[in-house]
Write a protein that binds this ligand. Structure first.
Ligand SMILES: *Cc1c(COP(=O)(O)O)cnc(C)c1O
Length: 223
């Protein structure tokens, strides 16, 4: 990690992209990054920017625009849904029916369908957002009825740890849920994306089936 701090954002991106196996897409988690750094990451080959906050996303968007796709990866509040729906190409952090209904409503106004991932609180942590594993299937069933939302997979963070192996059980459980939901063939639900893994955990996440990895520190350094 100390090593990556000495490299440029562009070098970090090219290194990561050369290491990721085919079929795994990089989401550059841009919280705390300067707009020029986000632009540099895109110049080096990043196709998807992951944003934790709607306001920060708007600042980054001003510099980068449609040269990348934009994923929301942070908790969404109801009063930000209107802006989020206008800006993002995917909401990876959907964690309640209430927010989903608001997304559906705002998307209907724009004539847009929003791809979403359900965020799973796979570590069952009290303060973490996301729905508990046993609540994912009932929620997917309810989302299936919302015409302007398309469920396209699951996202999870897992309990923070310095040891990547600590993430494995949470990633494995999320992957099992992902496969189970896929077999249900719910209308408006297509289990395509499994978003798991950050700088400290993406290698294990890929072993456990992730096809989207959200990486911040390894690209932009400690912020
Ligand atoms: C910050 C963040 C990341 C990236 O974490 P790093 O440890 O900096 O790679 C990934 N996912 C979410 C939801 C985040 O908030």
């Amino acid at each position: 990690m100390a090593n990556s701090a000495l490299k440029t954002v562009g070098e970090n991106v090219r290194q990561l992209l050369s290491e990721l196996p085919p079929g795994v897409e990089l989401v550059a988690a841009a919280k705390g990054a300067r707009p020029e750094e986000v632009l540099e990451a895109v110049g080096a080959g990043v196709k998807i920017i992951g944003e934790s906050y709607v306001q920060e996303a708007e600042r980054h968007y001003q510099a980068v625009g449609n040269k990348a796709r934009w994923h929301l990866i942070g908790h969404l509040q109801k009063n930000k849904v209107k802006k989020a729906v206008a800006l993002f190409d995917m909401i990876e952090s959907l964690d309640s029916l209430e927010i989903a209904r608001e997304i559906d409503k705002q998307c209907a106004r724009l004539g847009k369908t929003m791809p979403v991932l359900i965020e799973v609180n796979s570590g069952r942590e009290k303060q973490k957002s996301g729905v508990l594993p046993e609540q994912v299937e009932p929620l997917a069933g309810e989302l299936s009825a919302l015409p302007n939302i398309k469920v396209m997979g699951l996202m999870t963070i897992g309990p923070r740890s310095a040891n990547p192996e600590d993430y494995r059980p949470c990633f494995a459980e999320t992957r099992q849920l992902f496969e189970k939901l896929g077999k249900l063939d719910l209308p408006g639900v297509e289990m395509k994306y499994l978003s798991m893994g950050m700088s400290a955990s993406y290698t294990v996440a890929i072993e456990e089936g992730a096809n989207l990895v959200r990486i911040g520190t390894k690209i932009f350094g400690e912020r």
